[in-house]
Design a protein around this ligand. Structure first.
Ligand code: PLP
Length: 410
């Protein structure tokens, strides 16, 4: 066969594959080969999709809902989404302001493709979800990383936002509850960010509310457009059914925003994937309109798991983890191990080395550097108690075997 080098586009060369998904795939392969690894890499609920949602999807299959739908999603679903926004977020949208997409990730892609031009800047607070920066780069934009330090609860500070805004700023991304840190913005914290944004009328705001319901502090959830109606006309709200309704594999997310933006995003989607899977749209109607009672029980379970892991890992000399208010991740400081030596003599020079070492010891996680913060690792605790217990034991044992570890350096 002739050797042919595929001439890749620069836009592909400058992005990286999602680290979380890549690590997840690698660990699954190792598990299939017989290795005992607790996989805490990927952020997806271990709970099944609720029965009433599954029944709606099955019914849609039996009803032969096998045709293309409107690109933007069927009207009943968009009405259900409007009702959800009104009920839970005090936000009023018309169905025309809603675009249903193949997962929340496609909402982000559509928005960036529809609005970002070469040289445009998008403010990405870090630590932040792995996809923001690379999707911005795919759209030929420039991600501007703004550090949200641990001692500020991993939250974007108004003065840092102010400093990062330039005439080229197109978007700022706000993610609450945050992946990977679990940070949840209070009303007053969001208010302070809104005040900065009011001074810069050329900046659009993308609020990623995917983890809205995964909140453990007993406080209400707020989103920016709800707090400051003057920002409504330049805010895109991203949400979806993936996490709350355990539907990650079904791939359904949605965006709500100003009509002109949604229309442009729809145009992009109409030339890429067309509509989100028809039968899943019927399931999503049931998810949003149906009984919400089960969510509370699941949140209590997540909270108990969070508390268990926090207690277990904060007891490990050299590890430190602040209490995350939401999502289902722990973002753990492992800086004190960064110059230590593993039993075989290998130096742990980076958080990636630390994560590799933990994989060898039977626990898979994601390095903080892939979220823009070196010296941390992220664990997803959306898994069963037994696995979490085993993971905590293995991590404690693995850390104890690292030498010399200046446990007071973090
Ligand atoms: N936003 C955040 C913060 C996420 O962590 C994720 C998924 O991990 C998404 C959006 C995308 O969700 P979906 O699976 O619906 O594409």
């Amino acid at each position: 066969m002739e050797n042919f080098e595929i001439p890749l586009a620069n836009r592909v060369k400058i992005i990286v594959e999602s680290k979380t998904l890549a690590l997840n795939a690698r660990v699954k392969k190792m598990q299939a080969e017989g290795h005992s690894i607790v996989n805490l890499t990927v952020g997806e609920p271990d709970f099944p999709t609720p029965d009433h949602v599954k029944a709606a999807i099955k019914k849609a299959v039996d009803d032969n809902r096998n045709k293309y739908t409107a690109v933007e999603g069927i009207i009943e679903l968009r009405q259900a989404i409007c009702a959800k926004f009104l009920r839970e977020n005090e936000l009023k949208y018309a169905p025309e302001q809603i675009l249903v997409s193949t997962g929340g990730k496609q909402v982000l892609c559509n928005a960036m493709m529809a609005t970002v031009e070469k040289g445009d800047e998008v403010i990405v607070p870090v630590p932040g979800w792995v996809s923001y920066a690379d999707v911005v780069k795919l759209a030929e934009g420039t991600p501007i990383f703004v550090s949200c330090p641990e001692d500020k609860g991993f939250k974007l500070q108004p003065q840092d936002l102010e400093k990062a805004i330039t005439p080229r700023t197109k978007w700022v991304i706000i993610n609450s509850c945050n992946n990977p840190t679990g940070a949840k913005y209070s009303r007053s914290e969001l208010r302070a960010l809104c005040d900065v944004l009011l001074k810069h009328p050329h900046v659009m705001i993308l609020t990623d509310d995917m983890y809205e319901h995964m909140s453990y502090d007993g406080q209400p959830f707020y989103t920016a457009a709800q707090i400051e109606p003057k920002l409504y006309g330049r805010t895109l709200v991203l949400n979806g059914v993936s996490k709350t309704y355990s539907m990650t594999g079904y791939r359904l997310g949605y965006g709500a925003g100003p009509l002109a933006l949604i229309k442009a995003m729809l145009k992009v989607q109409s030339q890429s994937t067309t509509n989100a899977t028809a039968v899943v749209q019927y399931g999503a109607i049931e998810a949003l309109n149906g009984d919400q009672g089960f969510i509370k029980g699941r949140i209590q379970t997540y909270k108990a798991r969070r508390d268990f892991m926090l207690e277990a890992l904060n007891k490990v000399p050299g590890l430190r983890c602040a209490v995350p208010e939401g999502a289902f991740y722990l973002f753990i400081n492992c800086k004190s191990f960064l110059s230590s030596k593993a039993p075989g003599g290998k130096t742990i020079g980076s958080d990636m080395d630390f994560v590799e070492y933990l994989i060898e010891q039977g626990v898979a996680s994601v390095p903080g550097s892939s979220f823009g913060a070196e010296g941390y690792f992220r664990l997803s605790y959306a898994t069963d108690d037994q696995s979490l217990k085993l993971a905590a034991e293995r991590i404690a044992k693995a850390c104890a075997a690292l030498k010399p570890a200046d446990v007071n350096a973090a």
